[in-house]
Write a protein that binds this ligand. Structure first.
Ligand code: NAP
Ligand code: MG
Length: 495
């Protein structure tokens, strides 16, 4: 009998959940630890889905030792063999994709259709990095006839990957994939709320025959375990996705050892619609841009800026889409909007909407917790649209990280650009226009790591992703991620 009785779960998911506790994974197997037990809760139902043994700092020391030993061998493993290992891991993930999707839905409350999309995206990323493992290249540099000069690309050592709760498996793979492909060993510190798919990934590494100690997973608190590992002398690089405040704190800790820290942080992304755009497509995409992932997405299109002459029409379309979204049981294949990560988080999100209303914005759709009695045990929030907002309002400035859209009109291209750039963040942005020259002007003017023209939330393993300003300092995915997990050695060889 599974801990979670649900006929929709695969037998393999039920068996995974049946374990009395979920242990950290270190050196190729589960770790015996005297760490505290933490309840893992399904936010959609409030039910207990498992008990997780949180790792202590001495568990951290053991993981670092295991990873260092594995690194010594892995760094010398030929690229083609590293690639074959990653292909086997990808095949194991592929065979396990429905189980992984079910665990992700239970842990996060996101709709199963989204979780399936997440696993597919992560899987594609693994295959991509399996290929990249064979593309490690240096360069030759012509100086003079005394020396041949060339560069070697070498792995960094042990990478610490700190992952948030919103898209756990994708954000684990986008770090683990290029880190392993480049020849490093990895320790993953998942978010306390969502450790399950990372723990399953560790088991799949073992099943796929990857060397012991290459991927270690330590569930536990960010504040204690996370910061201990960031400072650890046996960690060579930290790659972090999460809030800007924690990213800054991690940089401070890592600076003491001049460690490389890659940061993917928050956003308040502007989605700009001009009157000449395909308004039907723009309205539909604007709704998807904010409500996908319950708005708990760093790149969410949380600010909708619309040319004044079509403001009512476009916002009206978004409000209609918001009202039509199927909110409910994440395990229902038809569900489009699931539960937020917790009731505590929901209260914060609702508080931001209440302050926007008190500040003079109209709540045009949603606004609070779902009133449906069958959803009362979960953290379900109605899709929310507020506006017109002012540039000084919290709901337009701060990352809310929930299904809340702030809509505002603009009168000119210059005003749209200034309003869009009026943010401490610069992760992503979109522009909707049929005028391609205007589109190109906006691409140049927007202070943003990613810009979509007549699209939103398009991602691919081959395309770099990351932000400017307080949104981060790195690019994940693509060949750039490979570069970020290696270092250059320059060789001068007398001729
Ligand atoms: P968070 O509090 O920053 O946590 C992220 C991760 O860092 C978790 O694993 C957390 O552990 C850990 N952590 C917390 N404090 C730490 C410390 N002092 N030292 C080391 N690790 C620490 O963020 P969150 O609330 O989970 O996620 C939401 C935020 O992430 C949003 O602001 C969002 O924009 C951002 N985000 C950005 C991107 C991107 O690609 N740019 C993607 C997704 C999310 P615990 O779980 O134990 O606290
Ligand atoms: Mg959970």
């Amino acid at each position: 009998m599974s801990a979670v009785a649900d006929s929709r779960l695969l037998d393999s998911t039920a068996a995974f959940l049946d374990r009395s506790v979920h242990q950290a994974w270190v050196g190729g197997g589960p770790l015996e630890s005297d760490g505290e037990l933490l309840d893992d809760i399904d936010p959609a139902t409030g039910r207990l889905i498992g008990r997780v043994v949180t790792s202590t700092t001495s568990d951290g020391d053991r993981a670092v030792a295991a990873a260092r030993a594995a690194f010594t061998r892995w760094a010398k493993t030929p690229p083609a063999e590293r690639s074959r290992n990653l292909v086997r891991l990808a095949e194991a993930v592929e065979a396990d994709r429905e189980l992984l999707a079910q665990l992700e839905t239970l842990d996060t409350g996101k709709p199963i259709r989204e979780a399936r999309g997440d696993i597919a995206r992560a899987l594609d990323g693994l295959f991509f990095y399996a290929g990249c493992a064979r593309q490690i290249r240096g360069e030759t540099i012509e100086i003079d006839d005394r020396f041949g000069v060339f560069t070697l690309r070498r792995p960094l050592g042990v990478v610490l990957a700190i992952v948030p709760w919103n898209v756990p498996f994708v954000l684990t793979i986008c770090k683990v994939g290029p880190a392993l492909a480049s020849g490093n060993a990895v320790i993953v510190k998942p978010a306390e709320a969502t450790p399950l798919t990372a723990l399953r990934l560790a088991e799949l590494c073992a099943a796929a025959g990857l060397p012991d100690g290459l991927l270690n997973v330590l569930p536990g608190s960010g504040k204690s375990l996370g910061s201990y590992l960031v400072a650890h002398p046996g960690i060579d690089k930290v790659t972090f996705t999460g809030s800007t405040a924690v990213g800054i704190e991690i940089s401070r800790i890592a600076a003491g050892r001049v460690k490389s820290v890659a940061l993917e942080l928050g956003g308040k992304s502007p989605n700009i619609v001009f009157a000449d755009a395909d308004l039907d497509a723009a309205g539909k995409a604007a709704a998807a841009a904010i409500f996908y992932g319950q708005g708990e997405i760093c790149s969410a299109g949380s600010r909708l800026l619309v040319e004044r002459s079509v403001f009512d029409e476009v916002v009206g379309r978004v409000v209609d889409h918001a009202a039509a979204l199927r909110l409910g049981d994440p395990f229902d294949d038809a569900t489009e909007l699931g539960s937020l990560i917790s009731n505590d988080h929901l209260e914060k999100v609702v508080g931001a909407v209440e302050r926007a209303a008190a500040d003079g914005a109209e709540v045009m759709a949603g606004g609070g917790r779902s009133a449906r009695p069958e959803l009362a045990a979960g953290a379900f929030m109605d899709a929310t649209v507020v506006g017109p907002t002012r540039a000084d309002m919290e709901v337009e400035r701060e990352e809310i990280f929930g299904p809340v859209l702030a809509a505002a009109p603009f009168d000119s291209e210059e005003e749209a650009i200034a309003r869009a750039n009026n943010s401490v963040y610069g992760l992503s942005a979109a522009v909707w226009t049929e005028d391609s020259r205007r589109g190109r002007r906006l691409v140049e003017a927007l202070e943003s790591g990613v810009v979509w023209v007549n699209g939103y939330n398009e991602f691919d393993a081959a395309a770099p992703f990351g932000g400017v300003k307080l949104s981060g300092n790195t690019r994940e995915w693509s060949h750039l991620a490979m570069d970020s997990f290696s270092q250059v050695k320059t060789v001068w060889e007398r001729r």
